[in-house]
Design a protein around this ligand. Structure first.
Ligand code: CMC
Length: 393
């Protein structure tokens, strides 16, 4: 083991070369394929960004129309998939259902597990996944609510169709609120990729064994579910609600987060790579203000608590010393809540946004013919000992 370097949590280990996302944590810079996140969030659409991440360039009008057309062709899921929902106890978290159903796609498209995909087959698998993910995601919610399921509306754009499947009843005319659609579009763009984070590394590691795209993304969904990763967006809102119930004293929770004998952490704060403002958090903070104004919810007590908490942390020695700033999850939950999305669906929303990134990274890994991922270890156990019979132990 003399050649092995220990790097717990891979804090300093580059596991791959990648041409997809550039991140400078000291300066707070994030770019997809060279384009600053601020410009994409302001000017682009989620599907355009998905195309950019997966294929490397912004699409022309014709390319985007073709991409969109392909996706809308595949939004339906096999009727047998509906039956799988029935097997889940009603308390099942939507992330568990989502990861199971994404993995189950391998059964409906057996060719997808082949290690030798032609470019056309790979393309079809990608399109199917992008197309079916919103349908499956919305159905996890409808099913948990006991509502009738909505079938996709292919005359609507990606975000609007998702909102329709979430919030409309089959007999209703669905009124699209452009503020809500545009906020969702922005949130999904901001979540679309973030280089080698925990879930993306999972997707690449699983995929490096020549596992299928659907199996790899299913594993990534489970990694994302963790409260230190994407699950933090649900935890943030639950924390803000707990502070509200407790009377709104933010300093009490700041002190709890600083107490090394208390496992509580300020959710939505801190980041492995950003030692400066998370550029996504800056955009989301402004968007939260705008969305709540536009929806007439500017007096939201949760927003007030979040703002107070942020201010208190940013001026506190503990957080300053450790360079802990709000991350992408700090304000995103407040927007999701304002859009009417239930708390337990927040991490599903993150998964919906991160999907193009997972796909792009899986595809890059496959196309670069990367070797199987296989970290080493520093062994700390017993050296060698002789087996003792059970009556002699
Ligand atoms: N509240 C209180 N203390 C914190 C926090 C926090 N949110 N985050 C880090 N610290 C402290 C930590 O206790 C440690 O202190 P000390 O040096 O005294 O031991 C120091 O700051 C460094 O933290 P770390 O745990 O070594 O840093 P890490 O890079 O391993 O962890 C993190 C990064 C994001 C897991 C962590 O900051 C955290 O747990 N944050 C809260 C959960 C969260 O918001 N996660 C979302 C991350 S961004 C989006 C995503 O990935 O999905």
């Amino acid at each position: 083991t003399g050649y092995v370097t220990l790097d717990s949590g891979y804090k300093n280990t580059g596991a791959t070369k990648s041409a997809i996302t550039f991140l400078d944590g000291e300066e707070g810079i994030l770019r997809y394929r060279g384009y600053p996140i601020e410009q994409l969030a302001e000017k682009s659409s989620f599907l355009e960004v998905a195309y950019l991440l997966i294929y490397g360039a912004l699409p022309t009008e014709a390319e985007l129309a073709h991409f969109n057309g392909q996706i809308t062709k595949h939004t339906l899921v096999h009727e047998d998939m509906r039956k799988i929902f029935d097997g889940f106890p009603s308390a099942t978290h939507p992330m568990a259902i989502l990861s199971s159903l994404i993995c189950a796609l391998t059964g409906f498209y057996p060719q997808s597990v082949s290690p030798d995909l032609s470019p056309e087959e790979m393309e079809l698998n990608i399109i199917r996944l992008l197309a079916k993910m919103p349908t499956i995601a919305a159905w996890t919610y409808k099913n948990n609510m006991g509502h009738p399921l909505n079938y996709p509306r292919n005359d609507m754009d990606y975000c609007a169709n998702f909102l329709y499947m979430m919030f409309s009843f089959p007999t209703e005319k669905y009124e699209i609120n452009p503020v809500v659609v545009s906020a969702l579009n922005k949130l999904l763009i901001l979540h679309a990729d973030h280089e080698q984070n925990c879930s993306t590394s999972t997707v690449r590691l699983v995929g490096s064994a020549n596992a299928s795209l659907y199996g790899s993304v299913s594993a990534g969904i489970n990694a994302l579910w963790g409260p230190l990763h994407g699950g933090a967006n649900q935890e943030v809102v639950e924390m803000l609600e707990a502070i509200e119930r407790d009377g709104g004293d933010t300093s009490k929770f700041i002190n709890k987060a600083k107490d090394k004998n208390d496992p509580f952490r300020l959710m939505g704060f801190g980041h492995r790579v950003y030692k400066n403002f998370d550029p996504r958090a800056k955009i989301i903070k402004v968007a939260a203000d705008e969305v709540l104004q536009a929806l007439g919810m500017q007096d939201s007590p949760l927003l007030k608590i979040a703002q107070e908490l942020e201010q208190a942390a940013l001026t506190d020695e503990y957080f300053i010393e450790r360079k802990l700033y709000p991350n992408v999850d700090f304000y995103s939950g407040i927007i999701y809540k304002a859009l009417g999305i239930p708390t337990e669906m927040f991490t599903v929303m993150f998964a919906l946004g991160r999907l193009p990134g997972w796909i792009a990274q899986w595809k890059e890994m496959r196309e670069n013919k990367e070797p199987i991922g296989r970290p080493r270890q520093i062994y700390t156990g017993e050296l060698e000992r002789d087996y003792t019979a059970i009556d002699a132990r």
